[in-house]
Design a protein around this ligand. Structure first.
Ligand code: PLP
Length: 400
């Protein structure tokens, strides 16, 4: 019979995808489900980007490209890092892959040996620990609760580092909490890393443009030039330019790491889609002013969601600095009984009860390693968000 490889023994399709599949099934059955599960902007890819893709196809850019990014896209990325992050990279310090997801995968496959440890602040994007394990490493998770603003502290970081630590994976603004670090908080973490030369920093900056209330997301590489030779920046066009389906992500870091990552990509997928790369060049070089308009529209949605959640007895939600997620606590509802006599014992119970009775899909905090919370992705129209909040409120009011 079929036998999975050992490296997949503990891996499964992500819970977020499973909840999405259940929501889609309910929709097909005619139920008015509101999906606040997936981490995907509801905006369209900008028309200039789509036109660039069309032009590229007509111009014959339909063949294999340079392995880890066309010279045109790498040039656009060199300019992006200079313009937006104040960082200078050469083209051989930049890599392009099929999504930020593949950049992270390449980096872990290129660097981890059995027993190597990767520190992951928790709650975290589930993919991080899964990829570390598939690559043969050991995920070392550190609980970063609401009391710390869901942020890693220098003390916790210091305590988690061992001689086997290879990476700290940091994602700010964060999926799932929306928490971000100001320059002072980042400097404190970087000071710890400075004392441990075996530890590299993977900085996932994919939500850098989605920040609120004047918050500025700073790249750690810009704060600690001395650590530049052990920082990998991970980013992509998915979230900023509403290009999730195009699958273009990129990384920037030391040339020897980038070269090792190219080996992984060369023997797996080769270059990312030539047409999507041409589209990404236009996204990065074209008009950028809509980014602030979109961030402003995400801010209005965040306020709507956070205020509505905090008005529901038993729920509470910290106001996030960025990304498009609210990470709310349902601690006050655990142990409550539903009208049909079920007891809500966990955040998973709460989310599946809300999905089945109120037809609102959310992801339990357990999926990100921290309970009892749930994540709402508010990258959805305000009317739908307001309706979802009413449904959650009305459902919670029936609990006893
Ligand atoms: N990093 C984080 C924190 C994410 O939330 C996501 C997407 O959900 C990604 C990376 C991957 O983005 P992509 O592979 O679409 O570039």
């Amino acid at each position: 019979g079929f036998r999975r490889a050992r490296r997949l023994a503990t891996q499964q399709v992500s819970e977020i995808l499973r909840i999405g599949a259940r929501a889609a099934e309910m929709k097909r059955a005619g139920l008015p489900v509101i999906v606040l599960g997936a981490g995907e902007p509801d905006f369209d890819t900008p028309p200039n980007v789509i036109e660039a893709a069309h032009r590229a196809m007509l111009a014959g850019e339909t063949k294999y490209t340079a392995l880890d990014g066309t010279p045109a896209l790498k040039a656009a990325l060199v300019a992006k890092f200079r313009r937006e992050n104040g960082l200078d990279f050469a083209q051989n310090e930049i890599t392009v892959a099929a999504g930020a997801k593949q950049v992270i995968y390449n980096a872990l496959m290129a660097t981890l040996d059995p027993g190597d440890e990767v520190i992951i602040p928790m709650p975290y994007w589930t993919t991080y620990s899964a990829m570390v394990e598939i690559a043969g490493g050991t995920a070392v998770t550190i609980a970063c609760g609401e009391a710390d603003g869901f942020r890693l502290t220098p003390e916790k970081l210091e305590a988690a580092i061992t001689p086997r630590t290879r990476w700290l994976m940091l994602n700010a603004p964060s999926n799932p909490t929306g928490a971000a670090y100001d320059a002072a908080a980042l400097r404190a973490l970087l000071a710890v890393l400075e004392r441990h030369p075996q530890v590299w920093l993977m900085s996932d900056e994919i939500y850098e443009h989605i920040v609120y209330d004047g918050f500025r997301a700073v790249s750690p590489a810009a704060l600690a030039p001395g650590l530049r030779d052990r920082i990998l920046i991970v980013n992509g066009v998915s979230k900023a330019y509403a290009m999730t389906g195009w699958r273009i992500g990129y990384g920037a870091g030391p040339a020897p790491l980038i070269a090792a990552m190219a080996v992984v990509q060369s023997q797996s997928t080769s270059n990312p889609c030539s047409i999507a790369q041409a589209a990404a060049v236009e996204a990065l070089n074209g008009p950028q002013d809509f980014l602030t308009d979109r961030a402003e529209s995400f801010r209005a949605r965040r306020d709507l969601v956070v205020e509505a959640l905090n008005a529901i007895p038993g729920l509470s939600c910290r106001r996030p600095e960025g990304a498009f997620y609210a990470f709310a606590s349902c601690a006050g509802l655990l142990g409550a009984t539903t009208p049909t006599g079920e007891v809500l014992a966990t955040d998973r119970d709460f989310c599946s009860w809300i999905l089945e009775t109120a037809q609102v899909a959310m992801v339990p905090g357990a999926a990100f390693g921290l309970s009892p919370f749930f994540r709402i992705s508010y990258a959805t129209g305000t009317a739908e968000l307001a309706e979802a909040m009413r449904r959650i409120r009305d459902a919670c009011a029936t609990l006893s």
